[in-house]
Design a protein around this ligand. Structure first.
Ligand SMILES: C[S@@+](CC[C@H](N)C(=O)[O-])C[C@H]1O[C@@H](n2cnc3c(N)ncnc32)[C@H](O)[C@@H]1O
Length: 240
């Protein structure tokens, strides 16, 4: 199933709950931006690519940035706007560059695993190049994604993601050479009987070394690079 359809039809309604709750995620990102010293310094403008319901965009707006949130999932953007009406939203594909170009951002973020949703390594390279072109000199780009690069091809992993009395959310990952087949499964209890629904899509296996190489090739200097516990977090800067 195409990623957009998976989010629109299946995941959007469950996303905040599945991710552990709205406030918990806002707080995590408030702490992260604070610890990393991410505050407005020049153009005051930030772009959140693949913003979802705003777990990162909202803390950035609270920190004083004028934020534009780009995502192709309208239901998630609607959730964001209900919480933070001042954030500008752009509905569309982050690979459709004219949609979000020309805003002079001093900060671009692509967090919460959005990068792995892109169709192939070439589109990741194109996005990094466009981010470099769009940032003002001295601007920063923050990437946060899951590290799916380590598992052996052919492995299957099932993750119990979230559960409450009448809902259980599982995620099944099947590792292929360059991507992971993802199956999100939701069990929900209605009038005593359990119903099962699911959606499937692909995520890219992006290795930290690939990202480092491509970011440096575009001209970024890597300020922070953390790889561990299945996550990659990078903060890179376009030098003055
Ligand atoms: C795992 S969620 C992360 C959302 C948010 N960044 C966060 O940290 O909670 C991935 C988001 O990226 C969006 N997305 C994935 N591929 C996209 C694309 N090519 N263009 C626009 N949005 C995309 C999805 O709709 C979804 O909201």
């Amino acid at each position: 199933m195409p990623v957009r359809e998976h989010y629109d039809r299946f995941l959007a309604g469950e996303y905040a709950w599945m991710a552990g709750g709205f406030e918990i995620n806002l707080d995590r990102n408030r702490r992260f931006f604070h610890e990393m010293g991410i505050v407005p310094r020049s153009s005051n403008t930030a772009l959140d690519l693949g913003a979802g319901c705003g777990f990162a965009a909202i803390p950035l707006a609270e920190a004083g940035f004028r934020v534009t949130a780009v995502d192709f999932c309208r239901p998630l953007l609607d959730e964001l706007v209900r919480y933070a009406p001042d954030i500008v939203t752009v509905e569309g594909d982050i690979l459709d560059f004219p949609l979000w170009a020309g805003r002079n951002p001093e900060l671009i973020i692509c967090m919460g695993d959005t990068l792995t949703h892109l169709p192939n390594a070439g589109s990741v390279q194109d996005l990094l190049r466009q981010c470099y072109a769009e940032l003002v000199p001295g601007g920063r780009f923050i990437l946060a994604l899951r590290d799916y690069s380590r598992e052996v091809e052919g492995s299957v992993v099932v993750i119990p993601v979230q559960r409450e009395q009448d809902r259980i959310f599982l995620c099944r990952l099947e590792y292929q050479a360059d991507h992971v087949g993802v199956k999100d499964v939701l069990y929900s209890r209605e009038s005593g009987s359990w119903e099962r629904s699911y959606g499937e899509y692909r995520k890219l296996r992006i290795a930290p070394a690939f990202l480092e190489r491509e970011l440096e090739r575009e001209g970024f200097r890597i300020e922070k690079n953390t790889v561990g516990e299945g996550h990659i977090t990078m903060i890179v800067i376009k030098e003055l």
